[in-house]
Design a protein around this ligand. Sequence first.
Ligand SMILES: NC(=O)c1ccc[n+]([C@@H]2O[C@H](COP(=O)([O-])OP(=O)(O)OC[C@H]3O[C@@H](n4cnc5c(N)ncnc54)[C@H](O)[C@@H]3O)[C@@H](O)[C@H]2O)c1
Length: 252
Amino acid sequence: MRLQNKIAVVTGAARGIGAAIAHRYAEEGARVVATDVSSAGEEVVAAITSKGGTAVFFQADVSKASEVQALLAFAKENYGVPTILCNNAAINIPGSVVETEEEVWDRTMKVNVKSMFLTSKYFLPEMIEAGGGSVVNMASANSFVAEPRLSAYVTSKGAIHMLTKQMALDFAADNVRVNCICPGWVDTTFNDAHADLFGGRDHVLKSIQDIQPIGRTIQPIEIANVAVFLASDESSAMTGSAVVVDGGLSAK
Ligand SMILES: NC(=O)c1ccc[n+]([C@@H]2O[C@H](COP(=O)([O-])OP(=O)(O)OC[C@H]3O[C@@H](n4cnc5c(N)ncnc54)[C@H](O)[C@@H]3O)[C@@H](O)[C@H]2O)c1
């Protein structure tokens, strides 16, 4: 029980990596507020509680300040001030800068980057007053290496890397640690639209060895295990770090 007595908020928890993180946080003893713009998060919470974990769901669009403030109020009402904030929600709409509509560019920055600004802006003052905590931002291997026809997404993930470092500096003295995880290709539907531009997921997966030296996609739980470590006191000397979990993708 590495997260006993901790209160965690996980964004984008209705499926994929966020759902795996919510499960693992609850397994490690945290009381979990799972949040997502999709109501499918209800099912994730039902699965967690059926296994004996403690979790509640709150539906929110984390790119909107009023909904982030409502999320914080909901978390406090149910469990208390969150001391773990896992900023995981994101969208991934492919395209070069020429192909990308201005609305898509703005929405990507809003959902992927501004959401982290908003949750941090409203959660951190209370987290600091509660004695500190851990912020875990979901970045990407694309924080370091670009890919063709993915302009808005890779730009947003580069920004998250720097936001993580910047926040680490401002809040180190307040006992708030801020780190990010940089996954490679994880086995969710997140990359399907991008893969469609290159012959489809099955076709692209045929050459996975060339993309990701471990020769397979990464399972969401392999990212969630790192999210547990960064949320826990085991990583107490880590802040401003980008933990790469990419099966060797960016080693080339
Ligand atoms: N899958 C990968 O290969 C991969 C690789 C690197 C990084 N990541 C990152 O991991 C994170 C999770 O990705 P995933 O693969 O689980 O994707 P996913 O699409 O399965 O899950 C993303 C979740 O975020 C939610 N979401 C989207 N917009 C939201 C909003 N405005 N407010 C609240 N929730 C919102 C979605 O409803 C969804 O449940 C993302 O930050 C992604 O950039 C994924």
